[in-house]
Write a protein that binds this ligand. Structure first.
Ligand code: ADP
Ligand SMILES: O=c1ccn([C@@H]2O[C@H](COP(=O)(O)O)[C@@H](O)[C@H]2O)c(=O)[nH]1
Length: 203
């Protein structure tokens, strides 16, 4: 059986990681998760504050490498994925071994922007959460987990995150097979996706 490739897109802090985590908890070793964020270009040479760098433009990622890795996984071969630090904007020297699995979830704000990536996906899910909720979540998460200050989150949001969302992320919503409202813990939507995955595993 070839792997089922599921893409989970949506704005920052919409609940993509939360959905991927719920699917991983339900299906354990049957699920492998790859984040587009692992494939950010290295920006550690920038000595300026984070909010000066545009991390929300499609050119910020090495998407060709992600596409190559997804093809490898789909063909049953392991890959060594990059490791990325949000704290230092750095692509680390080490890599992490990722084994193929029946379900591969790829997650990221812009994954439906690239035709080559979209063509590989069997199911495209867009997690749709209101911008004010996402901003509140992002402020808490970035301060707690990504070593940011309120001022830096605010400046980055206004300078790049919001305009790039409107220009590049939001339009990809209509590329999705399923749009999940109130993303993160939408139980009905999550149950439907779990059912779809079970059907694939039972084939
Ligand atoms: N339904 C929800 N209710 C409250 N907080 C949530 C919900 N879904 C996600 N979060 C929180 O919001 C933050 C961003 O969620 P996450 O799933 O990491 O989003 P994304 O991967 O889209 O950036 C995390 O701190 C997460 O715990
Ligand atoms: O070094 C970095 C890399 C990325 N970001 C921000 O992360 C989000 C995407 O991650 P989500 O988990 O989907 O929120 C994106 O909006 C970038 O702005 C960063 O701040 N620093």
């Amino acid at each position: 059986m070839s792997s089922l490739l599921i893409g989970v897109a949506g704005g920052t802090a919409s609940g993509k990681t939360t959905l991927a985590r719920i699917l991983k908890e339900s299906f354990q070793d049957n699920v492998t998760i790859l984040k587009h964020d692992y494939y950010y270009h290295d920006r550690s040479h920038f000595k300026v504050a984070d909010h000066k760098i545009n991390f929300d433009h499609p050119d910020s990622f090495e998407t060709e490498l992600l596409v190559k890795h997804l093809e490898e996984l789909k063909n049953g071969r392991s890959i060594k994925r990059p490791l990325y630090s949000y704290k230092t904007n750095e692509r680390l020297k080490q890599t992490k071994l990722v084994k193929p699995a029946p379900i591969v979830i790829v997650e990221g704000i812009l994954i439906f922007h690239y035709q080559s990536l979209k063509d590989l996906l069997d199911l495209k899910i867009y997690v749709d959460t209101d911008a004010d909720i996402r901003l509140l979540r992002r402020i808490s998460r970035d301060i707690k987990e990504r070593d940011r200050t309120f001022e830096s989150v605010k400046a980055q949001y206004l300078r790049t995150v919001k305009p790039m969302h409107q220009k590049f992320v939001e339009p990809t919503k209509y590329q999705a097979d399923i749009i999940i409202p109130h993303g993160g813990l939408n139980e009905i939507a999550n149950d439907l996706i779990i059912k779809k995955i079970k059907d694939h595993l039972d084939q």
